[in-house]
Design a protein around this ligand. Structure first.
Ligand code: SAH
Length: 223
């Protein structure tokens, strides 16, 4: 998926994935990870998600990564924050207090930029990417993060032949294929998401599952 696709979507405000409050899977299941307060959390492909604020409110320094300057500017402006900005390698860093967004391409991240990260929250990040990029994304996360990190991963499952992504359907077998080599993979909860979101029914889906997983990086697996 071309970066231009996302830049254009933000330009024309085609951002149906954005939610006006923190995602309830985050608020309900984050405590299951046991990431200690004060430990840094990475939110890859963060958009202008209010999940960043919720995590900061839980006492975590938060690092988001986002390619669209429109999204990053909107996040800070809409939340009344005045970030400092500076350049760091391939990224422009925007930061206020406990929230830092790295404006740039996720695939350009360097381990030194994430050296303190202990937890990851992935909602609409993995499933924003087409199949070959999902493999690259999972491998990149593994190589760029310190050992022992825990991940809360939210996915959608539906009949991919009924609707083109993104968001893409990513089933449990794929989650395990991507992450099980280096992580313990546990499904925490599944819900029927069709009844709650009529926009999917309107787009032709007859079933839609939203799942949340806990991935625990096995510190014994080499980076
Ligand atoms: N997690 C957010 C946004 C999901 S949409 C939420 O829940 O609202 C996916 C986001 O990833 C978009 O904002 C898009 O601009 C961004 N994105 C896509 N590819 C990217 C890349 N390679 N690097 C950084 N951000 C990217």
């Amino acid at each position: 998926m071309e970066l231009k696709f996302w830049l254009d979507r933000w330009q024309r405000a085609d951002t149906g994935f954005h939610q006006e409050m923190a995602h309830d899977f985050l608020t309900r299941h984050w405590p299951a990870l046991g990431v200690p307060k004060g430990a840094e959390v990475l939110v890859p492909l963060c958009g202008k998600s209010l999940d960043l604020l919720w995590l900061a409110g839980e006492g975590h320094p938060v690092t988001g990564v986002e390619i669209s300057p429109v999204a990053v500017e909107a996040f800070f402006r809409e939340n009344g924050l005045q970030p400092r900005r500076w350049r760091d390698g391939a990224f422009e860093v925007w930061e206020e207090d406990e929230i830092r967004i790295l404006l740039g391409d996720f695939f350009a991240l360097e381990p030194r930029q994430l050296a303190e990260v202990a937890g990851v929250y992935d909602r609409a990040s993995l499933i924003a990417l087409p199949p070959t990029m999902r493999e690259r994304y999972a491998r990149k996360l593994e190589t760029v993060l310190p050992a022992g990190v825990q991940v809360l991963l939210v996915t959608l499952e539906y009949d991919q032949s009924a609707l083109a992504g993104p968001p893409f359907a990513v089933g449990e077998a794929e989650v395990r294929a991507l992450y099980a080599p280096a992580h313990e993979v546990e499904l925490l909860y599944t819900r029927d998401a069709l009844s709650e979101e009529s926009r999917w029914r309107e787009r032709g889906l007859t079933w839609l599952l939203e799942k949340v997983y806990r991935l625990t990086h096995r510190a014994d697996v080499g980076q």
